[in-house]
Design a protein around this ligand. Structure first.
Ligand SMILES: Nc1ncnc2c1ncn2[C@@H]1O[C@H](COP(=O)(O)OP(=O)(O)O)[C@@H](O)[C@H]1O
Ligand SMILES: [Mg+2]
Length: 434
């Protein structure tokens, strides 16, 4: 026997005719009723007894069952109970003897939708079936809506999971580069502090002698002055006085650099808000450029041409960071194809932003390989990639398209020339779209 859900799923088409099964041991009634129903546009199947009715249900579902309560062997009550259990979406109407209210009540308690007294008044029959059909149609409609809602919910969940996993993946990937990026300033901060430590020791020694000179109150022993002169010479005081401020300055710069990388990484990996907020896209671009530095710096120089008076854009900044990252990494890969590993001649990535009326436009251009003509129409497809496993997953542009177009009502297009390079153009409405 088919399960209730399987059979109801097949039958949820709203426009399909309502299917009625009539079970009665009275041949004459079956004939009259089935003719009546078919005339009214219902699909109708008749059976002589309860067992045959249940078998018919097992083979194909029905929307409405019209059941005689009194049938040999398996009677209407038993059929009704089985339908309630195995085909709960079916609407059952029972046929009772004239005036047999107690049995009608019992059937209603068992879950019958309605009852009709025999002999059937065609008029009452038609209106009972019509009500049942209307109810069933409404039920089908609700089921369809629910199925659609579930479908779009799971598509949305999948999409979220994909974009979240791509984000985690890129955070993981960037982490190695970030560690490297942080390592360089950390090293020179360390070197500078070591120098300051040595310089401080020389100065302390010098100060010790000066103090003795001051304490001597005018009667300074000439050896002391000689010692001071000696110390000044060995400590290379001139050198210290120019180098100490430089070391301090460089250390501060290094710390500043480290903290800006950490800040950018924090911003980049932030789970982001579900609600749009007004954000400075230039800031998003800068922090994405910072966290991705290790991905492009070996193959390209990066130039930014950001509009200094760009208005804040109502957006999901975390998701746009991901888009910028995907495009920057793609640009670096495309340049890498041209300049090769261990590049002596670097390519160039240019990132520009500008306002255009109610829109903000961000352009990410590269001097890479360009996009071959035969794949141009596929690059936004999920999982389309021309890269080796580990280098590409084909999700970057699909996610970019989803974020820019679906979530922001913007556009993402590209301009490409084989062998010369590619420019991706993102346009976003400044005010949020519905
Ligand atoms: N800037 C670009 N220059 C040349 N080809 C590109 C560029 N950006 C994307 N592509 C092409 O589009 C494909 C899909 O890109 P994407 O969705 O980011 O996936 P992936 O980078 O993982 O391959 C890439 O494999 C590449 O062939
Ligand atoms: Mg990519």
């Amino acid at each position: 026997m088919k399960s209730a859900t399987a059979s109801s799923k097949e039958r949820t088409g709203i426009g399909e005719p309502i299917r009625v099964l009539v079970a009665d041991d009275d041949d004459h009634l079956l004939k009259v009723v089935s003719r009546e129903l078919r005339d009214k546009g219902y699909e109708c199947v008749t059976e002589h007894d309860g067992a045959a009715a249940l078998k018919a249900f097992g083979e194909r579902g029905f929307d409405v069952a019209l059941l005689d309560l009194e049938m040999p062997e398996i009677d209407g009550f038993q059929v009704l109970a089985a339908l309630q259990r195995d085909h709960p979406d079916t609407i059952s109407i029972v046929l009772t003897g004239a005036g047999d209210i107690p049995r009608a009540v019992k059937a209603m308690k068992l879950g019958a939708f309605d009852f009709l007294e025999k002999p059937c008044n065609p008029h009452l029959l038609e209106s009972a079936i019509r009500r049942a059909a209307e109810y069933r149609r409404a039920q089908r409609h609700a089921q369809q809506m629910e199925a659609e809602a579930n479908e779009s919910r799971s598509a949305l969940q999948l999409e979220r999971a994909l974009s979240q996993s791509q984000k985690l993946e890129s955070v993981g990937r960037l982490a190695a580069g970030i560690a490297h990026e942080i390592n360089t300033p950390t090293q020179y901060v360390g070197d500078n502090i070591e120098f300051l430590q040595i310089a401080y020791e020389s100065i302390v020694r010098l100060l010790g002698v000066f103090r003795q000179i001051v304490d001597a109150d005018g009667s300074v022993a000439p050896e002391l002055v000689a010692e001071a002169k000696d110390l000044i010479a060995t400590a290379n005081l001139e050198y210290l006085m120019t180098q100490i401020p430089r070391a301090i300055e460089q250390s501060l710069e290094g710390v500043e650099r480290i903290s800006s990388i950490v800040q950018a990484m924090k911003e980049f990996s932030h789970p982001g808000t579900a609600e749009k907020t007004f954000a400075d896209l230039n800031h998003c671009i800068r922090s994405t450029v910072t966290v991705s530095r290790n991905e492009w710096k070996y193959v390209a120089d990066l130039e930014s041409d950001l509009d200094g008076v760009l208005p804040p854009v109502c957006c999901l900044p975390g998701e746009l960071n991901q888009v910028f990252l995907n495009l920057i990494v793609n640009a670096a890969h495309a340049i890498g194809e041209v300049v090769g590993d261990g590049a002596t001649q670097k390519g160039k990535i240019t990132i520009g932003s500008r306002q255009d009326g109610d829109w903000v436009e961000v352009r990410i251009a590269d001097t890479g390989s360009g996009i071959p003509e035969n794949i141009r129409e596929h690059i936004f497809d999920p999982f389309f990639t021309t890269k080796d496993v580990g280098r590409g997953t084909g999700q970057g542009l699909a996610i970019a398209r989803n974020v820019v177009v679906d979530k922001h009502g913007g556009t993402i297009t590209f301009d490409t020339r084989t062998g010369a390079g590619t420019t991706f153009i993102i346009r976003l409405p400044i005010e949020a779209q519905k």
